[in-house]
Design a protein around this ligand. Sequence first.
Ligand code: 5GP
Ligand code: MN
Length: 329
Amino acid sequence: MNLNLLEECAGAKRIGISGHVRPDGDCLGACLGLWQYLGKCFPAANVQVFLEKPADIFKSMKGFGEIDTDFPEEAAFDVFFALDTSVDRLGDAEKYFKAAGKTINIDHHVSNPGGGHINVVRPDVGSTCEIIYDLIDLGQLDRDMAQVLYVGMIHDTGVFQYSNTTPATLEKAAKLISYGFDFPNLILETFYQKSYVQAQVMGRALMESIRFLQGACIVSAIDKKTMEFYNVGPKDLDGIVNQLRNIEGIDCAIFMYETGTLEYKVSMRSSEKVNVAEVAAYFGGGGHARAAGCNLTGTFHDCVNNISLHIEKALKKWEAEHDERDNSH
Ligand code: 5GP
Ligand code: MN
């Protein structure tokens, strides 16, 4: 990875940045971190971020209010960045990417084939924010930039608890918190805190969850009617799948919500036994080995049956490999 951001953007008058649809903390942190950095290094350039409207929990991040959520027609950008995503999940920003003079794709999803003129895809790194940290001149780092990059790190590592957390991640995070932003509050507000209705919907999803594959898997779904009853949207359902995954004995948790008639958005979380990125990729989605997602059509039962075949296969494969290892000792 020898991408020199400043060299690649030198002379550019208009620089655009975007990430995936339904932006999460890492996507948002990476976009706002790079936006701040390029704005600081190229004060004469026009640097813009285009994203679907992120959740309000992120409003303390510098640049939040300046994100363009309307995706208007724009003249071609000199340089356009796709962060934390492959090109096919850019949503309405894909048109800018396609038209840009130079395209740069920075991501950490294994499923990303690299769709830019320049690609930095590092599945070994826990968050796109951590990659951005590696790419910037740390002499330019300031409190606001540190704060937004930190948000991405905590979101994609589950506040440094997932196996994608490395000693290097923690060293970078240590440097970031040295800038003195209020990290305990940031973790609470953007990661753990739920509104009352969000907690109620989560409670309902947990109560109605069903275990299968001898208790190794768990699934729960929220339908459109329930979302309307509680007046919640997709952003209010974050965290439910993690809570399901935390249940004792569970190797794979699935949470789905209805996006249309017989259409579901599916989120999966797993232990080391199941690579959910592979399961999601089979259905046209993607993600990481321990956290992935896809869209499925069919009834709730169709969806669960289809996914469960793949999970069962993965579990059996894992068990066979471990039996072999046990026998060879
Ligand atoms: P979540 O379940 O939190 O929505 O997503 C978990 C991970 O999988 C994230 O890294 C997210 O970007 C990725 N992901 C979720 N849904 C999709 C999808 O439909 N396609 C792809 N390529 N990745 C997804
Ligand atoms: Mn990410």
